[in-house]
Write a protein that binds this ligand. Structure first.
Ligand code: SF4
Ligand code: SF4
Length: 222
């Protein structure tokens, strides 16, 4: 994500690693669902999010796109995001009780909130956003416990590599004058990383890195 605001404007000013403690624990959110509504197209999903949803909900990605996700343009990339509906623009997965109906397979963005990521120098640190979550009685929790994702080191590497790959794609898209190149590159990203199913019986990350290698080769030719 490209940020124009300063760290101090959006966060408590500290940078966190996964083993650090951060005041992010909202006590099971207790009656609040603020970050599950009115988010527009900002809850962008990475390939692992979509794979996890597809496996967890037992639905092919095409069906997810019809029912609960949408494709949108983010900094030039065409990427899927959670669909918001109704007057309050609520996430389609928010149930009548104001709870997430897919908690076990919720996307990375939702696992992180109110934490965020600050990408710098080829890596990233966690930050604690201060204007996003209205709960004032949050407790300290270890970042890795809050993120609640298996194989965290592998996951963090994937998140980072995906982020910087998308930046490289954006660079090509911004400089491209050939509309076929723009269309083909966007189609490649959507098809190869999201729509083409990942084998559930094999390690997701191994399959992702095979595709990433292809993607980088394609960028080198662009
Ligand atoms: S805004 Fe904070 S308390 Fe409310 S649902 Fe989101 S994380 Fe939980
Ligand atoms: S997936 Fe769940 S946690 Fe995430 S925005 Fe939707 S309802 Fe909220």
């Amino acid at each position: 994500m490209r940020r124009e605001q300063t760290l101090e404007e959006i966060s408590d000013g500290k940078l966190y690693d996964s083993n650090d403690m951060a005041k992010a624990d909202c006590h099971d959110c207790e009656g609040c669902c603020d970050c599950c509504q009115g988010m527009g197209d900002s809850v962008i999903l990475d390939p692992y999010d979509v794979h996890r949803l597809s496996v967890g909900l037992k639905k092919p990605v095409e069906q997810l796109l019809q029912e609960c996700l949408e494709l949108g343009v983010s900094d030039g990339n065409i990427l899927p995001h959670l669909r918001m509906t109704g007057e309050k623009e609520q996430c389609v997965f928010l149930n009548k009780e104001g709870r997430c109906s897919i908690h076990a397979v919720r996307p990375g963005f939702c696992r992180l909130f109110p934490l965020g990521r600050l990408y710098e120098d080829g890596g990233f640190k966690y930050i604690l956003q201060i204007h996003e979550c209205p709960k004032t009685n949050r407790s300290k929790i270890k970042v890795k416990k809050w993120v609640d994702t298996p194989d965290l080191k592998k996951y963090e590497k994937f998140v980072n590599d995906w982020h910087y790959f998308l930046l490289d794609v954006q660079e090509v898209l911004y400089n491209a004058e050939d509309s076929d190149l723009i269309r083909n590159l966007n189609l490649f990203v959507v098809n190869r990383f999201y729509l083409k199913p990942y084998d559930q019986n094999q390690d997701f990350y191994i399959q992702f890195y095979e595709r990433l290698k292809e993607g980088k080769e394609l960028l080198a030719l662009a």
